[in-house]
Write a protein of this length. Sequence first.
Length: 318
Amino acid sequence: MRIGYTLMTEQAGPRELVRHAALAERAGFDFEVVSDHYSPWLEEQGHAPYAWSVLGAVTQVTERVDLMTYVTCPTFRYHPAVVAQKAATVQLLSDGRFSLGLGAGENLNEHVVGRGWPPVNVRHEMLREAVEIISLLFDGGYTNYAGTHFRVDSAKLWDLPDRRVPIAVAVSGGQSVRTFAPLADAMVAVEPNAELSREWDVFQGGGSRKIGQLPICWDPDRDRAVARAHEQFRWFAGGWKVNAELPGPTGFAAATQFVRPDDVAGNIPCGPDPGPVVEAAQAFADAGFTDLALVQIGGEHQDGFFDFARDELLPALR
C-alpha cells in the first residue's frame, strides 16, 4: 500500500498548504491529495482557498510525489471542459505526476453558484456526462457533446501532456461502481469496503488503483488530540449520505451538536501512538485498497506530525 498525505484546504491557508506539501514529500509520503472546497465543513476549520491555485504552486515545490484532487466536482462550480483544461495544465506542470479525482460533490460547496441541488441520481447522471466530456478532451482534437445536462461546442485542449491524466472517481455503492468503473482508471472511497473493491475490479477489469482516506489526529497528548478531532472533524460522523446534502457550516454544527468527543475518538485514531493508525490502515489494505491518504487534523499541527510520520508512523505502516 502506498501512503499519502492530504492537503486539506478546509484547515489551512494557501501558503501553509504549499509549505506542507514540500514537507510531506521530505517526510517520505508517496503521494499527496488535495481537497477542492468552497467552504470548510465547520467554522472552526476556518479555511477554503482555491485548490487549483494551490496545486499549481505545489507542482513547483515537489519533485517526486504523485498529486491528485480528492475530489473535484466537475458539474456545478466548474464546467467539465474547464476541469479538463485545468487537469491537463497541472499534469504538464508536474511532469506527469497528476491524477484527476472526481466526485458528485456536496451541497456545501456547489450551492454557491445558485443552480440548486438535485437528487443523487441526477448528480450521478451529471457526473457521468462530465467524465465522458473530460475523457473526450483528453483524447485530443475538437470535441462536440450534447447531453442531457451539458453541451460542449468545438472545444479543444491546446496544451495536452504526453502522459494522459488518469481519472479516478469517488464511489459509495454498487450503482456508482457499475456506472463509473468502466469510465475511470481508479476508484476513490473513504470507507474500507471490500465489496466496493471487488465490484470495481469486476466492472473495471481489475488491477487499478483504489484510493482511500483516513483521518487521524496526532498529538503528544492524546486528550488534546481527541479535543481537536472533536472540534474540527465531528462533521465526519454524519456519513456521506448526510454530508453531501447539508448546505453550510452552520448546518453541520447543528447536525453534530450531540456528537461527543468519545464518539469521534472511537472512529478516528488520536494521540501519539502509531498502533491505532496501523490498525485502521490495515482495514483498507484488507479491503483491497492500494493507496491510503492520511489526514492530520488541525492545520497548525502539521510540523510535529511530519517528524512523527518520518520517524515512527511511515516505518510502522510499511
